[in-house]
Design a protein around this ligand. Sequence first.
Ligand code: ARG
Length: 369
Amino acid sequence: MAKMWTGRTDGVTDKIADDFNSSIKFDSRMYKQDIIGSMAHASMLGAKNIISKIDADTIIDGLNGILSDLESGALEIDYSAEDIHMFVEQVLTERIGETGKKLHTARSRNDQVALDMRMYMREQTDIVINKIDELLKAIVLKAEEHKTSIMPGYTHLQRAQPVTFGHHLLAYAMMLIRDKERFFDLKKRINVSPIGCCALAGTTYDTDRVMEAETLGFSEIALNSIDGVSDRDFCVEFTAAASMLMMHLSRFSEEIILWSSWEFKFVELSDAFTTGSSIMPQKKNSDMAELVRGKTGRVYGDLMGILTVLKGIPLAYNKDMQEDKEGVFDAVDTVKMCLDVFAPMVATMKVLKENMLSAAQKGLLTPPI
Ligand code: ARG
């Protein structure tokens, strides 16, 4: 695909450099945000007479066409493009001609990518919050069912005092409620519009940043243009909240694994959420819980990754920042998958309350009556 930045250079790059530089393999997932952001930008440019209304409408129609063609599969992403922003603009220009190039007036890829990331992460945060709710529902229902089922409560993994299984489960509900609050809270800081910061210093065009922000559902605009294009705190915050959530799911997984063992036999996971062994037919393995415990490590890794990428970057945009995406997207995908599997795994988990009760009756938990 032809380069759009052939100013100082002739734009003829080595194939190895092209592949190295390209982010479309992982940023194409933001195509919808990119297109919707561009539509808002074109309509602001038209409303402020920076481009003609006719041009603005032509651009918006063109973008609408690209969005529906991508969605229907009529248009495929060209992975030889540098990134999703270049791809969309290139297709637009092919379809509507030179007018397509006017879309990039009073804009840079620096504020564009920051905008796309914020719109994408805002949507994903809502999805994660809903999935936490689904898991909370499964936990609360199970706890309600077992509000009088006695089990040993542990400290140091030694039987300590009798508790109910419902009480024990609701400890996890409390953790998840705090996790949910963290995602709600960080969404406020995601929901700040960077569009109009341009490359770093804004623009001399008389743009309307508030209009764009409102069209796109942002509650605030970035107040400092240099910060607007270089802030990725929201990615760190999301990954930190995701790490905390995974830590909780991992502790819960660990208990489910222990409880499913012959040594405890407090619960039996449904066949639908366990695996067997090819050589030991007696086995029923808690693979889903083990994988959640294992995937916690990769989300912590994603957090360390983004923190480390950002720590030495001078203001404002530097290409290092392209490295924000894969780790953060991996954290998004991983927590979503883990929550998806966890809720039905808990809902279908059989609680062997007689075993719990008899364990509570042994081990000097209560003074003999
Ligand atoms: N693909 C780039 C990224 O993800 C987009 C921004 C490029 N900006 C630039 N000045 N080269 O960060």
